[in-house]
Design a protein around this ligand. Structure first.
Ligand SMILES: *Cc1c(COP(=O)(O)O)cnc(C)c1O
Length: 238
């Protein structure tokens, strides 16, 4: 085993992780929430294996990747014991089975067709696949996700597919700095989840929202999972 300080990511995390924890704690306190109700998913995408090892050594057990290939490579290296792998990026239908084989939670189910494909995979393999439905709360065309206007009915149908366990919703904030716009996008996701529960949809309570620049606003609006890359590992190289 190598000395920790030889891994530049371990050195960096020793500085950045306490800061992220502090930001989470303050945001939770301001929102009168328990910080224990907000899961930190460390996004290691585009960072080398050293980042994954440093994260695990630092006690981070939930790791996020946005490409199936990179997720598979990292899982092959460090395995699944003691780690929960989160697939957070856009998933093509033809890679659905591969993603389901290595991810513990797929955050990015953005169409009913993808949900049906995952359901078929689950039934064939006699497993349950845990997912979040991604909603395009900002309406930006570059972002994937269900349109908010159709999300309640679509997610309700997804949640009734065999083999699929819909644990909640996920969204990406718009690329703006305006806090009221960000807050409105996150509030919208929370309201959609509330509408699903009122409609009796068998959907869980997770709200995956909040990244490096907007985690405080997301926690204020009820986030239960924040996905943090840059604040932990620095700028991505690619
Ligand atoms: C890259 C990525 C993140 C992490 O973003 P940062 O701003 O670096 O914290 C979160 N969610 C998704 C879906 C991503 O692709």
């Amino acid at each position: 085993m190598r000395v920790l300080s030889e891994n530049p990511y371990a050195v960096r995390l020793a500085e950045t992780l306490p800061r992220v924890h502090e930001r989470m704690a303050r945001a939770a306190e301001a929102a009168h929430r328990s910080v224990d109700d907000v899961l930190l998913v460390a996004v290691t995408k585009s960072h080398p294996l050293d980042a994954v090892r440093a994260a695990l050594d630092a006690g981070l057990t939930h790791l996020g990747e946005n490409r199936v290939e990179e997720l598979e490579e990292k899982v092959a290296q460090v395995g699944r014991e003691g780690v929960q792998w989160h697939m957070i990026g856009h998933l093509q239908r033809r890679k659905a089975a591969r993603a389901a084989a290595v991810a513990d939670l797929i955050h990015s189910v953005d169409t009913e067709r993808l949900a049906r494909r995952l359901s078929r995979v689950a039934v064939e393999r006699a497993v349950e696949i845990a997912v979040l439905a991604q909603v395009n709360t900002s309406g930006e065309e570059t972002k994937s996700g269900l349109a908010p206007g159709e999300a309640v009915e679509a997610v309700h149908r997804m949640a009734e597919l065999p083999g699929l366990r819909v644990e909640g919703l996920m969204t990406m904030a718009p690329f703006v700095r305006d806090e009221s716009v960000l807050g409105a996008a996150f509030a919208r996701l929370r309201e959609l989840l509330e509408a699903l529960h009122r409609a009796g949809a068998p959907v869980g309570r997770e709200l995956s929202m909040g990244m490096t620049n907007d985690l405080e606003i997301a926690i204020r609006e009820g986030s239960t999972m924040i996905r943090i890359g840059t604040a932990l590992f620095g700028e991505r190289v690619q």
